[in-house]
Design a protein around this ligand. Structure first.
Ligand code: 2P0
Length: 326
């Protein structure tokens, strides 16, 4: 009744932003991500009974929504795994070896690790696809971290509950590097769940985003399959900028960028003029994530580190999916 699993964050090359109104946390647009090596969430689940589930995150006892999401996920593993009766409550201890404020989607690795650990502890023998579907229902991007390498999450259709992410190519498919420019040590103001709900409800650009995102995603996918960075770069920048433009047009507008975010985008475009190819993406926060070839990572990370206001850089390569380690 006890197991430990690890999982890694992922960064979307084609962004997910917005959910279908039907429920089950179904994405309104398809996304494509790369799971990262190096940064790890390690989660132990022990179904040791008691009145309610308990969660310790990075050494601190958590309460409220994070615990409710843990309970939701553990209930799903119990039910989908075909276990009957009352689920024993669990003690969950989770820790990240990377800073939560660095915009590296710690909810993705957290719920992927939790799904894998719960499946191990309960011996429910759910497949990676089933666990991906369960994690996706709690946090959509977490569904992608069940798999390593390059991973797709299709858009939902209607009110289907079953929608797992799908592995496209393993971590060895393409030796890309991600250079994260950390632009502030402050935590972001508006969480993703809340931000996308607000965008869908109030942005006049939301319908245009939903109808245009699939074509951008197809360009990203074709470029990833062909390992074509010159084709991937413009598509991944367009995906991020279209997502942010849509969120900025909400009422009131969501502005995830700071001055360093904007300066870094311009500097990355300047760096690649005559230099090695490098392209940026930005999630629901102020940090800038720059993709480049492994051979160019020293030059690109030195260039990014030198941008005024960048606090530090983190470099990551494609990595493995979630797995039980104990
Ligand atoms: C993504 N993001 O595709 C996009 C781009 C952030 C910006 O998925 O409400 O934590 O839990 O499903 O998955 C972050 O949102 O949101 C995210 P929920 P999630 O990576």
């Amino acid at each position: 009744m006890k197991a430990t699993a690890v999982a890694h964050p992922n960064i979307a090359l084609a962004k997910y932003w917005g959910k279908l109104p039907e429920g089950h946390n179904l994405p309104a647009v398809p996304s494509l991500s790369v799971t990262l090596a190096g940064m790890t969430t390690r989660t132990e689940v022990h179904f040791d009974g008691g009145a309610e589930d308990r969660l310790t995150l990075d050494g601190e006892v958590a309460t409220g929504r994070p615990v409710a999401r843990v309970t939701q996920l553990l209930d799903l593993v119990w039910n989908e795994g075909g276990r009957d009766g009352e689920r024993p409550r669990a003690t969950v201890v989770s820790a990240n070896d990377f800073p939560t404020a660095a915009g590296l989607a710690s909810s993705a690795s957290a719920f992927a690790a939790l799904a894998a650990a719960a499946n191990g502890a309960l011996e429910t023998d759910l497949t990676a696809a089933q666990l991906s579907c369960i994690a996706r229902r709690v946090s959509a991007s977490a569904g992608r971290s069940l798999f390593g390498g390059f991973v797709e999450l299709p858009a939902g259709v209607g009110a289907q509950a079953h929608l797992p992410a799908v592995p496209l190519a393993g971590p060895d498919h393409w030796d890309l590097r991600l250079v994260v420019a950390v632009t502030t040590e402050e935590k972001k103001e508006v969480g993703s769940t809340e931000g996308m709900k607000h965008t869908a409800a109030t942005s006049p650009l939301y319908d245009a985003w939903v109808s245009s995102a699939p074509a951008i995603y197809e360009r990203v996918k074709t470029a990833v399959v062909a390992r074509d960075l010159a084709a991937l770069g413009p598509a991944l920048e367009q995906s991020a900028l279209a997502m942010h433009a849509t969120a900025m047009a909400a009422d009131p507008g969501l502005l995830y960028w700071n001055d360093v975010t904007l300066r870094t985008m311009h500097a990355v475009r300047q760096l690649r003029r005559g230099g090695p190819p490098a392209f940026f993406t930005i999630d629901a926060g102020p940090h800038v994530k720059v993709f480049c070839r492994a051979d160019d990572v020293a030059a690109i990370s030195a260039g990014v580190e030198a941008i005024e206001g960048v606090k530090r850089v983190i470099v990551a390569a494609p990595g493995e999916g979630a797995r039980v380690v104990e």
